[in-house]
Design a protein around this ligand. Structure first.
Ligand SMILES: [Fe+2]
Length: 364
């Protein structure tokens, strides 16, 4: 429900996200950052609390997790989080699998954190490198062939991934869809086998199909349901000099209940008094997952490979000392250099046992 009413009570700044005068700005809004909302201006940091119980922010260094595909060619990615709309998994595949894969329950969007290699698909060959998204439409048959160990985050969505609505800024922003890489048809003949296994990825069981011929044998294809890659270097960040924009500006792909965003290097906000760090919030309607790909912000390196999960309705935000540092360095810093992949989900995510064990082991 939209409303034209904007109430203002007590002590508030003239404009949001600036001139806080020591108060802590805290948003409680619906529909992520696009619905009805209220900003509180508090005396204390709302992200300071102690948790007892099941709902808690989790931080896990994914470099410490070992999916079975790390050491075993026949292994598989490790599920990290799931709900009825999506799953998030980690792959650290070190060798090509002896089987082919086909996800019959959802689209797959891989994000390449580290490593190079290629995907053999029914559409042809797709090379990958760090910063690539690799999109594989639901039920595509494929095999990942890494050059060495790769470190990939996988977002599996039940409904199909789509580009965001064009909206006010049109179809070519924040990225030009023509910059995706589409494979050329290729008939794969290796490896030669009497029988080829296609392992189906699906909910509630295990299934393999066995074909007497190589499954990647298309001489050609035509249509618009196609695998592709897109590198974050080709993403154009939307910025403002006078206000810190909400994360939804940085949307890359979306499926029902799942939004994938890129927070990437850009000029810093430059008008004096403007906050450069996202305000505190408790994202009322969305769980938030952040994956730190790299870079730095105001002189502090990002924790590469860290996965951070915050359940909806629970306060979070960059620590107060970092906010003070960003204000102190206002004249020093001209740019934000972070590279963070964010996944927001409408339904509550359930962490896997492996993720919980790792998070609790790291003191979350
Ligand atoms: Fe958030």
């Amino acid at each position: 429900m939209e409303s034209f009413i904007q109430l203002r009570k007590g002590t508030t700044p003239r404009q949001v996200h600036r001139d806080l005068d020591g108060l802590k700005e805290d948003e409680m809004g619906r529909s992520g950052f696009t619905g009805r909302t209220t900003f509180f201006y508090r005396r204390n940091d709302p992200s300071k609390y102690r948790v007892e119980g099941d709902l808690r922010p989790l931080d896990v260094q994914t470099g410490t997790l070992e999916p079975s595909d790390l050491h075993d060619a026949a292994g598989e990615p490790l599920p990290l989080l799931s709900n009825d709309d999506c799953r998030i998994l980690l792959s650290r595949r070190g060798q090509a699998a002896p089987f082919y894969e086909r996800n019959v329950d959802g689209d797959e969007l891989y994000f390449v954190h580290r490593g190079t290699g290629h995907f053999e698909t029914e559409f042809g060959r797709l090379a990958y490198r760090p910063g690539d998204y690799v999109y594989l439409p639901k039920a595509t048959t494929y095999r990942q062939v890494p050059d060495g160990e790769s470190h990939l985050l996988i977002v599996e969505a039940r409904e199909e991934f789509r580009v965001p609505e064009a909206g006010a800024i049109g179809r070519y922003f924040p990225y030009d869809p023509a910059l995706i890489t589409i494979p050329e048809p290729e008939v794969f003949e290796e490896p030669r086998r009497d029988e080829h296994e296609i392992r189906l990825r699906h909910l509630g069981g295990r299934t393999s199909l066995f074909t007497p011929h190589h499954p990647l044998d298309a001489e050609g294809w035509r249509g618009d349901n196609v695998a592709f890659t897109f590198n974050i270097d080709d993403y154009d960040v939307i910025t403002s000099e006078s206000v810190h924009l909400p994360p939804t500006v940085h949307l890359f792909m979306q499926a029902t209940g799942v939004y994938v965003m890129n927070f990437l290097p850009r000029p810093a906000e430059m008008v004096p008094g403007v906050e450069r760090i996202p305000w505190y919030h408790r994202n009322v309607d969305y769980d938030e997952v952040a994956f730190y790909h790299g870079g730095s912000v105001f002189g502090v390196d990002m924790p590469e490979g860290l996965l951070s999960v915050v359940p909806q309705g629970i306060h979070h935000g960059i620590p107060e000392r970092a906010r003070e540092r960003s204000r102190r360095r206002f004249d020093v810093d001209q740019r934000v250099e972070w590279k963070v992949i964010a996944i927001d989900t409408r339904r509550r995510l359930t962490p896997s046992r492996a993720l919980l064990d790792a998070a609790l082991g790291e003191g979350a």
